[in-house]
Design a protein around this ligand. Structure first.
Ligand code: FES
Length: 87
């Protein structure tokens, strides 16, 4: 079974725009999903330069970009991917 891969951008723009609050996902995700989901803190995902800064912070869930990411938004995307049986 493939895992869902979550990357939390910790680049400067995202960090300043609130990614520091997303760090708790590195605790929440393993507790909630065990080994079905892997979570990483990432350096700049190169999304802040191709989009307007106001969309930061960015998180990716597999190939899906979550802009203006919050803990709730990211959990919703993970739940949807797991529920859709994509994994
Ligand atoms: S700092 Fe997050 S995408 Fe660049």
């Amino acid at each position: 079974m493939n895992k869902v891969i979550v990357k939390i951008c910790m680049g400067t723009t995202c960090f300043v725009m609130g990614a520091s609050d997303l760090q708790e996902l590195t605790d929440i995700i393993p507790e909630k999903y065990g080994d079905k989901v892997e979570v990483y803190a990432s350096t700049c995902l190169d999304l802040c330069s191709s989009n307007t800064e106001s969309q930061a912070p960015y998180v990716t869930v597999d190939d899906e970009i979550v802009s203006k990411a919050t803990v709730e938004k990211v959990i919703d995307v993970i739940d949807r991917k797991l529920k859709n049986g994509q994994k």
